[in-house]
Every structure is written in structure tokens, then in C-alpha cells.
Design a protein around this ligand. Structure first.
Ligand SMILES: Nc1ncnc2c1ncn2[C@@H]1O[C@H](COP(=O)(O)OP(=O)(O)O)[C@@H](O)[C@H]1O
Ligand SMILES: [Mg+2]
Length: 237
């Protein structure tokens, strides 16, 4: 595997008395694109939130670039180079598209500046037409583009996309997949949650599957697709 960027080890997370993550380990190499799969309610978002410190984990370690970030506040984790496009997108509804982008823009933690405002404009031509619009005046697809564009402008080393194309029309979803392909070329590591197994298969180096808060598969896409019976059990596809 490529040089390790992120390693979550034996993570346990509870909501009250509900034991949601039951010893999850997940690692990501530098420049790697990994799909995080699982049916609804299996713990994908909880795992992401546990990694980012948005939900406390009760045990286990999260190591990013060789440092344990378990006790590091979320905003500081972001500053160290992890960008998050959450389910529901989290854009500022009362700021314009341009403002949403400009508040995010900064060089990466090591000074890298691959993603500039101009590059984002040429990658997302639809946003360019909407710069003066409020965040709340965008279609779902435009909101998702904005959320991804904003994440890229922080020049992250790792981009986490939860439900990347959820609720988007197929043509719009296709545009998002194309953008993820471009992101991949700029050597950003990506952790993607989505239901579209076919699209993920094309784009990912590896897949990790969660069932009821436990990892049941961690391997190549090729191996995953060769296990059709298991796929059916794990994902219902
Ligand atoms: N804030 C919360 N409080 C209590 N239970 C939650 C909360 N968020 C998620 N859960 C529960 O934790 C489990 C995993 O949820 P989640 O991580 O959102 O799954 P996924 O992202 O795979 O759909 C589900 O049973 C869900 O109902
Ligand atoms: Mg989720």
C-alpha cells in the first residue's frame, strides 16, 4: 500500500447505550480512493464523525499523518488537511456562492495550492454562472458541487464525501463522479460513501464494507465484485 495517511484502529462508538461501532479499523494510503459501503444505519456516517471528532469514540485510536488526533478538535483536524463534505452538504445558505467559496479558500497544511478559485471555476462551470446566488437558491446538484468545491479550496490531503450523490438526478450524479475522477488525479486521498456501487467500482482503489458497526470486507474492488453472494448479503445488491 501507499504511504499511510489515516489509520483508525479498533474504534468503538456509542450513542447513549447503543453500541454503534464495534471495533472498526480503517486505513487510507496517500493518494488512495476508498469506498465505504454498507446499508443504511450500519455506521458509515458515525465512523466518519468519529474520525473527525464530531462524535466521541469511547476507545480506539485515530492516527493522521503519524499523529494521534483522537483528542484534537474538529476545526484543527480540518486545518491539518482533512476536508469533509457531509451528508446534507452544510453550505452557508445566507452567503452567496462566491462568499461560500472564498471563506474556505486557503493553502493546504504544507502550503500546497493546487486548488484555486480559478481552477474551481473551470472545474465547476455551473457554479460560475451562480456566483451571485445565495447558497439557498441552488438546486441539490449545485449545492453538492458547491460543497465539494469549497472542500477542495482548503487544499486538503484527504477529502471525505458522505453520500456523494444522494438524491441527485442521474445526469447530475454523473457530473459529480467526473469531478471525483479529477480530484483523484490531483493525488488527494478520498473516502467516499455512496449507494452507486458501479460508479464506485470504477473510481475506487479499495472498498470497505460495514455491517452493524463491524467491518466485514476490506479489499480490492475486483475481489468485491467476484463475491456476488456476499455482496448481496452485505449490501442487498
Ligand atoms: N445522533 C445519533 N443518536 C443516536 N443514534 C444515532 C445517531 N446517529 C446515528 N444513530 C444510529 O446509529 C446507527 C448508525 O447510523 P449511521 O452512522 O448514520 O449509519 P449510516 O451512515 O451507515 O447510514 C443507526 O442505528 C442510527 O440510527
Ligand atoms: Mg450516513
Amino acid at each position: 500500500m501507499a504511504e499511510e495517511l489515516l489509520a483508525a484502529t479498533d474504534i468503538h462508538t456509542f450513542y447513549g447505550r447503543s453500541h454503534v461501532l464495534r471495533g472498526v479499523s480503517l486505513s487510507l494510503g496517500r493518494g488512495e480512493t476508498v469506498s465505504l459501503l454498507g446499508r443504511n444505519g450500519m455506521g458509515k456516517t458515525t465512523l466518519i464523525n468519529s474520525i473527525l471528532g464530531l462524535v466521541p469514540h469511547s476507545s480506539g485510536a485515530v492516527v493522521y499523518e503519524g499523529h494521534d488526533i483522537s483528542a484534537v478538535p474538529t476545526h484543527e483536524i480540518a486545518r491539518r488537511g482533512i476536508a469533509y463534505v457531509p451528508e446534507g452538504r452544510g453550505i452557508f445558505p445566507n452567503l452567496s456562492v462566491k462568499e461560500n467559496l472564498l471563506v474556505a479558500a486557503r493553502p493546504g497544511p504544507t502550503g500546497r495550492l493546487d486548488w484555486t478559485f480559478d481552477r474551481v471555476m473551470s472545474t465547476f462551470p455551473k457554479l460560475k454562472l451562480r456566483l451571485g446566488n445565495g447558497g439557498d437558491q441552488l438546486s441539490g446538484g449545485e449545492q453538492q458541487m458547491l460543497s465539494i468545491a469549497r472542500a477542495l479550496l482548503t487544499n486538503p490531503d484527504l477529502l471525505i464525501l458522505d453520500e456523494a450523490t444522494e438524491g441527485l438526478a442521474p445526469l447530475i450524479a454523473q457530473e459529480i463522479w467526473k469531478v471525483i475522477d479529477i480530484i483523484k488525479e490531483t493525488k488527494i486521498s478520498t473516502l467516499i460513501v455512496d449507494k452507486n456501487l458501479k460508479a464506485m467500482g470504477k473510481i475506487s482503489d479499495r472498498a470497505v464494507i460495514l455491517v452493524k458497526g463491524e467491518i466485514v470486507f476490506d479489499g480490492s474492488m475486483r475481489e468485491l465484485f467476484s463475491r456476488s453472494q456476499d455482496l448481496n448479503n452485505w449490501l442487498g445488491v
